[in-house]
Design a protein around this ligand. Structure first.
Ligand code: DLL
Length: 424
């Protein structure tokens, strides 16, 4: 179902006009109210859609700008107009805080409502929302959007996994939203409780907030009896609902371009990437009041697909997120993304989807070891896994088959990489 056909299937020439109008509004709004933007934005130039070309002259923003301006240096409204704060956990350094006005919260609910509809949910159905509630945007973001769509919410939040399964069985929700790694843990717990997918009424999984592979999708669809779609977003821009796959194609995520202007750049040269070419996503908000973001480098790697989609949405698609520029591992000079390793492991029926990547050895000569749980039957063939990883990654990595239940389970975003290196 297309929740807002007028917008989501809009003619692209009209869409560009709307984007230009909203970009002009955003730039004027930001410049009048935030010293940071007043100092860095060049004067607006051009008429109509040409204004979008002006954007290429604007310097990029990064997470560092948010850290430097912590906590509220980018706030563009008086404090009393803020209705909500969220914050990142700060696992990669100082936390960042984001703020929303009432209008921003309504826009966010709207894009999540569109997302859930694109995923296949219908008004009157029920969603079990197992994204964490709190400062993380996953819980409250999905919650508001579901209510906007007319879907009942079970605000389960993350954790208490047996109770999650019990709720899935007893309340019969049609939808489950959580990280793909947590969905895997829920599926495993279902099995451990002696139940199968027949005890569930699920038909849709709305999974995101971390990278995952097609093979992981297949396994989750199979074990939970669902159609699973990928949802993308980030707190700096709003939260979940910046982009979503449609259930029809399950092939790339439609960006809600009437609210978010998307560019993909080569992270080294900063030049625009061609369609289909992998690069860094850069996003500009087009209607946000409390904290407009202009040319924000997300650190997320994906490509653009401007081809029309069978679902009827005209909004451009991005590929799955391959990973973050700062999640990339460098193994003896070769760039390796954890999602690439996941793809290879999950292609092997002898392996479970529980894995982690450990840095071992001396800090001066680190070794990457892939630890993965085997199923037991058939027995995993370590040499062949190692060979396939080498083929895919272009570099040798160690492989260690672990017994069932030994890799830590995730209840939110999975921590894939552990450090066991000895200092020199
Ligand atoms: O993770 C928002 C979210 C919640 C998205 C629920 C989807 C579902 P942050 O905590 O600010 O916000 O983290 C944002 O997570 O820059 C990506 O690196 C990563 N990420 C988000 N969605 C995906 C996805 C939320 N579908 C950061 N695939 C982003 C891969 C994702 N990575």
């Amino acid at each position: 179902m297309i929740w807002d056909r007028g917008m989501e299937s809009m003619d692209r020439a009209r869409l560009r006009e709307l984007q230009a109008k909203r970009l002009t509004w955003t730039v004027n709004w930001a410049r009048e109210r935030v010293a940071f933007y007043r100092d860095r934005l060049p004067p607006l130039r051009g008429e109509g859609p040409a204004i979008l070309d002006w954007l290429t002259e604007v310097p990029f923003m990064t997470k560092q700008d948010l850290r430097d301006l912590y906590p509220l240096g980018l706030l563009a409204v008086p404090r009393h107009e803020v209705r909500r704060f969220h914050a990142s956990s700060g696992t990669r350094g100082k936390p960042t805080v984001v703020a929303y006005t009432e209008h921003d919260l309504a826009m966010w609910a709207e894009v999540v409502a569109r997302s859930l509809a694109a995923a296949g949910m219908q008004p009157g159905e029920t969603l079990q929302n197992a994204y964490g509630y709190g400062l993380f945007t996953g819980g409250l973001g999905l919650h508001m959007g579901a209510e906007r769509l007319g879907v009942a919410v079970i605000p389960a939040s993350g954790g208490q996994t047996e109770r999650q399964v019990q709720l899935l069985v007893d309340l019969k929700p049609e939808g489950l939203s959580c990280t793909p790694s947590y969905a895997l843990y829920i599926a495993e717990t279902l099995e451990q409780m002696g139940l199968t997918r027949d005890a569930l009424h699920l038909k849709t999984g709305i999974f995101g907030a971390e990278p995952w592979s097609e093979n992981m999708r297949r396994r989750l669809e199979e074990s939970l009896g669902i159609r699973a779609v990928d949802i993308y977003g980030l707190s700096e821009i709003t939260g979940p609902g910046v982009a979503i796959e449609c259930a029809e194609a399950q092939n790339g995520l439609h960006v809600f371009e009437d609210y978010f202007y998307v560019e993909v750049i080569n992270p080294r040269t900063l030049a625009p990437a061609a369609p289909g070419e992998l690069g860094e996503l850069v996003l500009t908000t087009l209607s946000k009041e409390a904290m407009p973001m202009i040319r924000y480098r997300t650190g997320d790697l994906a490509s653009l697909n401007p081809e029309p989609c069978p679902c009827g949405r005209t909004m451009v698609r991005i590929s799955r997120i391959h990973g973050r520029t700062d999640d990339m591992l460098i193994v003896r000079g070769v760039n390796v993304f954890p999602s690439e390793i996941e793809r290879v492991l999950l292609d092997d029926p002898a392996l479970t989807a529980h894995y982690q990547l450990a840095w071992e050895g001396h800090a001066a000569r680190p070794e990457l070891v892939v630890e993965v749980e085997g199923r037991g039957d058939p027995a995993p063939d370590t040499a062949s896994i190692q060979h396939r990883l080498r083929e895919a990654l272009g570099v040798h990595v160690g492989v260690r088959i672990m017994s069932p239940g030994t890799i830590p389970r995730s209840q939110g975003k999975a921590a894939r990489v552990v450090n066991r290196m000895r200092e020199v």
